[in-house]
Structure formats: C-alpha cells, structure tokens
Design a protein around this ligand. Structure first.
Ligand code: AMP
Ligand code: GLY
Length: 427
C-alpha cells in the first residue's frame, strides 16, 4: 500500500514510526514531515492544511490511504477533497470535524444526543455573557468557540478574571475563533483521554492515556498542549471505560451518522472522571499529542488495517486491537519560553545510533539549519518515549534517554506520571 501521512509533529512521527513497521506498506510519504520522519519515510514540503497541494500529492503517489494528523487540515476540508476524488482518508469531513472545531456545535450536539457534559451558555454579546457569569458560581470556565491552538480556555476563580477573559475573547484575542464565547459549569475530577476509531457506523475503542497539561513540575504553570503522557490510564477502570463507550462514544457516532455527517477517523474524548461518572470535557477529531505517542508505543497490532477500515468501512470485522502489557511514557522537551513565546533556533544534539529497545525519540518541532544542524522550530520540540514492565520502569528508561540529549535551549518536566505512580505504589 502507498500511504500519505499529513502533518509534522510528534504525533505524526509516532504514527509514521508505527506505519513503517506494517507488512502491508509499500511506500510512505509524509507531508510536510520533519527531520525525524525523514529518517524513516519520504518527506515532501506541502503544508498540512494546503488542501490542493495534499490532494495533488495523494494522486501523484497513488495513495491507497491518506492519514491526517492535525485538525487544521480537516477543518480546511482535506477529507472532503480526498473523498470527492475517491481516495480513502483517515480523518473526518469538515462538517463532522466541527465536533472539535466549533465548541458551540459540540455543546449543542451533546445536548441533542444527551451526552453527559457541563451545562453551558454561548454568547456573542459581552453584556449577556457577564449577566450569565453573575448568575453562575466559581470557578468559571470560559472558552473561545473556535480553534485557538489550545489557548482558548480560561478557568477563573473570581468574577473579575472571568469577565476579563470574556472581554478578551469577544474583543478579538483569538480572531474569528473568539467571535462567540462559551461559559461552562466547572467539572471536578481526574482527566483522561479516551480514543475510539469510527468508520461512520461502528466505534471501536483504541486506547486511553493521561497527559499533563501544565508547563511545570507539580502540575503548576500555564496550560500547554501537553508536557507528557502515559498509558495505560489507571484512573480509567474497565467499568468507567465501558460507561464512556455506552453513554458518550456510541451515541456520538450514531448521532453524527443520523445528522448525515458520518464520522470517519479517530474520535478523541477528553473525559472528566467526576463523582457522577465520566463526563465530556471536549471532543477532538484527531489523536492527542502526546497521547498518540504512548498509544503507538503500546500498540502490538499492525495499525494500518485499523486506519484503513476507519477510512473505508469494515471496522466491525476486525478483532479488537492488541496492546502490550508494558506501560509507556512520553516526556516532552519544549523550547524555553513555551507556551507563551518559545525561543526557536537553538541547536539540539541527539545521541548517535539506536536509542535502544523499547525507547523512541520522536521529533515534534525540529528542522535542519542550512549547515545540517538540528534546531528547534516550535514550542514542543522532542518527545522521548519508553516502555517498561510498569510505569516506574518506563519512567526510569525515558529519563535516562532524556539525559542523553544535549539541548541547552530546552526544558522538560521531571515528574511525568506522578499521579499514576503514586497510585501504583499505593497498590
Ligand atoms: P479544552 O480545550 O476544552 O479541552 O479545555 C482545556 C482544559 O481546560 C481541559 O483539558 C480541562 O483541564 C480544562 N477544562 C475545560 N473545560 C472544563 C470544565 N467544564 N470543567 C473543568 N475543567 C475544564
Ligand atoms: N494532549 C492534549 C491534546 O492533544 O489536545
């Protein structure tokens, strides 16, 4: 099979690494890819959301499957363009992807289909939003409607801060993505990322993980896209997972099909495990990053049949995916200044040769300078992943590999997995 993989982050490098192991693969092209992906596949300089460019590339290489990593490409209509040319695409249509790309759509959809989630209001008018806040209780959750690169959510403890967040959003901080603001009930609990594949009709669970959203140790500092992840997710028991499938995932996939926007690709449910059971924080139309990295480390089955079945139909006929017994962890190395103002351009020296069995180093935001040096080109730059008999061993191996990287321009957390390790020790 010829496969085109769209994207350039750590999530896509992990997908490329796993796809490259498939006996079904003839040719893998990554666009735009990154220097890490270039070591295991062809790369082409086509931007992820350049729909015409990606379509032309898919047709040129005779792609049997296109795997879309980032949501921006879905929002731009890449899956729709591929479908109209008969190219199977792992990734949702622009309409189905609204489940992620418009929070107002997502909340209304959740209400229509009785999915457990936070109560909310949607506003275009600041005075109405303020009146809603005044009648709510803290902490206040304020979100921009559209895609805001993970920065569109503010959780405010007092009314002044909440009103400032509403004003900033409606005042244009996020451009068109903030033309509507959503104010939500706060849900308390532990957060888990649950993944399911869907071919438009059937949903199949495809792993769970937990990530660390705050920039610094002890879960302090600003919110980020994720500074590390681990799997399995001990907080999500089999019973809670079954409840989430039954009350959230299955009704969402059926609902999208009933509304004539069948969902093909990966459905990522951000869950809050509350005292009343799992409740939906958000849906995403993509794999989590860095959650995908730990899923790919643990996935024993060939990933390609699952991606293809989600794109073309037939998921129900596949056996459930098989996961390794080992735990996996991913430590994100970020550029100084991330998330607000990451300093790019600093030189990164990775260890020579194979990182060793059960360890993988994925590139998330790197590029090559004219002289060939590897440099930082984004906020989250390198992902160090390891497997271990348990999370403690996976963590030791991951940090040993982190310590072999020479990058004075970067920082990382030293405590990835702490919550799960505490519960592992308590057992
Ligand atoms: P989102 O972009 O919607 O995933 O929100 C980013 C983060 O804000 C989530 O991962 C949660 O940690 C937090 N969050 C969002 N909505 C809520 C809510 N209603 N209650 C509590 N925390 C929330
Ligand atoms: N790690 C969270 C996300 O991908 O949205």
């Amino acid at each position: 099979m010829n496969i085109l993989l769209v994207g350039s982050g750590g999530r896509e490098h992990a997908l490329a690494w796993k796809i490259a192991r498939s006996p079904l693969l003839t040719r893998l092209v990554c666009a735009p890819g990154n220097p890490g992906m270039a070591a295991l596949a062809e790369t082409r300089p086509v931007a992820a959301a350049d729909v015409a460019g990606q379509l032309a590339l898919a047709l040129e290489i005779g792609a049997d499957l296109v795997v879309v990593g980032p949501e921006a490409a879905l929002e731009a209509g890449l899956a729709d363009a591929l479908e109209s040319h008969g190219v199977p695409c792992f990734g949702a249509s622009a309409k189905a992807a609204r489940i992620e790309t418009s929070k107002a759509f997502m909340k209304a959809f959740a209400t229509r289909h009785s999915l457990p989630t936070a109560a909310y209001g949607v506003f275009e008018d600041a005075a109405q939003a303020r009146a809603f806040l005044a009648a709510s209780t803290p902490p206040y959750v304020i979100k921009a409607d559209g895609l805001a690169a993970g920065k569109g959510v503010v959780i405010a403890d007092d009314l002044v801060e909440a009103e400032a967040a509403v004003d900033a959003c409606l005042g244009g901080r996020f451009g068109a993505a903030g033309a509507r603001v959503i104010i939500e009930e706060f849900m308390a609990g532990e957060e888990v990322s649950l993944f399911a594949l869907s071919d438009g009709e059937t949903a199949v669970l495809f792993g769970a993980a937990q990530d660390h959203k705050r920039a610094f140790d002890g879960d302090t500092g600003p919110n980020t896209g994720g500074m590390g992840a681990y799997a399995p997710a001990p907080a999500l028991t089999a019973a809670l997972e079954a409840t989430a499938l039954d009350r959230l995932i299955d009704p969402a996939v059926r609902g999208l099909a009933a509304e004539e926007t069948p969902y093909r690709g990966v459905l990522y449910a951000g869950l809050m495990l509350t005292a009343e059971g799992p409740r939906l924080v958000e849906f995403n139309a993509r794999f989590g990053d860095p959650e995908c990295q730990v899923l790919m480390m643990r996935l024993q089955s060939d990933v390609v049949p699952y991606l293809l079945a989600a794109a073309r139909g037939g998921l129900a006929a596949l056996p459930p995916p098989v996961w390794r017994d080992e735990a996996a962890i991913c430590v994100v190395l970020a550029a100084e200044g991330y998330p607000d103002a990451p300093q790019t351009g600093s030189v990164i020296t990775l260890p020579q040769g194979d990182p060793g069995e059960g360890v993988a180093i994925f590139h998330a935001g790197t590029t090559r300078r004219a002289d060939g040096a590897l440099i930082a080109a984004g906020g989250r730059v390198i992902n160090v992943c390891a497997l271990g008999a348990d999370l403690a061993e996976a963590r030791r191996r991951a940090y040993a590999a982190v310590d072999g990287i020479d990058w004075p321009g970067g920082f990382h957390r030293r405590d990835i997995g702490w919550r799960a390790l505490a519960s592992e020790r308590a057992r």
